[in-house]
Design a protein around this ligand. Sequence first.
Ligand code: C2O
Length: 583
Amino acid sequence: MASVCKSTTLNTPFTSSTKSSLASTSKPSQLFLHGKRNQTFKISCKVSNNDQNGETNSVDRRNVLLGLGGLYGVANAVPLATANPIPPPDLTSCSKAHIDETDDVEYSCCPPKPEDLDKVPYYKFPSMTKLRIRPPAHAADEEYIAKYNLATKRMRELDINPTDPLGFKQQANIHCAYCNGAYKVGGKELQVHFSWLFFPFHRWYLYFYERILGSLINDPTFGLPYWNWDHPKGMRLPPMFDREGSSIYDDKRNQGHRNGTIIDLGHFGEEVQTTQLQMMTNNLTLMYRQMITNAPCPLLFFGAPYPLGSDPSPGMGTIENIPHTPVHIWTGDTPRQKHGENMGNFYSAGLDPVFYCHHANVDRMWNEWKQLGGKRRDLTQKDWLNSEFFFYDENRNPFRVRVRDCLDSKKMGYDYAPMPTPWRNFKPIRKSTTGKVNTSSLPPASQVFPLAKLDKAVSFSINRPASSRTQPEKNEQEEMLTFNKIQYDDRKYIRFDVFLNVDKNVNADELDKAEFAGSYTSLPHVHTGSGSHAASVTFRLAITELLEDSGLEDEDTIAVTLVPKKGGEDISIDSAEIKLEAC
Ligand code: C2O
């Protein structure tokens, strides 16, 4: 059977014949993910460990993925006029991290302190003769798997000395320290997620992790595997990680997501009941939206500015939002572990070897995005380029590293084995057969907003500032569908989806349509030291391309539908408008 997973078979428009050829790879026995319709997670904000059905499938979501929140295009922190880059963390003041939003669970994850903290030098790349090539995990051969297992086993053995910076637990603790409030910079908690530090921090983190593994097996060419979740063949836990007893196996994973279960790249705790085909189709659509439609500008892709002195978590970039976070939640053992361990919580995510494999693909998306053209380039802001982190190298020497030195992975000595990127050709096509929704039958945005709660789907009409824009005008300014002052309790799981030119009866479980504009998501989120849990954010969705694809370019007024998917009763929205903005 010809592989349907080559990009050539997934060209747009996505016809029913390509659909059925993709379907033919589905194992008939697994047409439904998890099969049982009633076996979904209950998401409650109460701690409940003893479930009535005898299953511990109700967890305190507030404790899961601590610190996650906000979203790309979110502007709840304005770049400071007197901006400064984030310096490397002050190791002398490293303190206990917080796992739980109530702050009663503490965790120690500070690294060993170098002898002469003031003299930690800047890192210089060692000379190299050959690039380290990172392979797609699902396609790795047994020889590679054996090497990777051996390296990880050796790293775990170093844990015998708990302060060895190369030990597996010390390596995992790096993530905890940078994400769970152990470090302070400029008097505020340092957080490397939900902002433009997300991509560079994780790139440097994996760089050293990979070199340490390589040195433990005397193979400087060793490259980490990447979890190729953007390709149908990689849309499951990579099999090499699912072998019990191996050094890259982790027991703290959702047991219902093993053995080839197709991943939902938009997973938010609920099991979507659909076919494998529809799930893969949704995934490719989400990839297209996050990489292309909704990320035409650098700040939309990388995340919001985070200069020294500003509050942490100003807003995620598109890929950090989806699929990065859903893959964490999907993998972590939320049914059994109070805090979603290991992958579902920042403090513990690095304890699962698949974390580094997941992040290798996140990192690969950075390279892929820059190749897409348009204005898709690295940021040029000095505050980004000059931000710094601290790491130990494979010889246990401490170093400072700068964002500006990690923009080109080849210069860092590694690259990715190529895989087709079928999402590139997955531009969703129009599904509505009715043509343009009659906007005059809908209430105008000015009547619908302020919206006290988004407890059910809501449709409205909204005016555009300009219609029939020319290509030069579009190059100049993006059209942004903007929701002002979205408010909710930031200890809760939030997701709503945005559709254009549909009515309330839209099938919101099928995302592969031009009408699907994007998702707003937020996860339980911790701010130590601040009493308020009221999130208030602005959500901007780039819709220039969507309007073209929906045939709405010449319309002065369009129909927008919001469909709550998680926590809608807690969401209020002040207003909605369409604005033209430069990248
Ligand atoms: Cu640092 Cu995937 O999180």
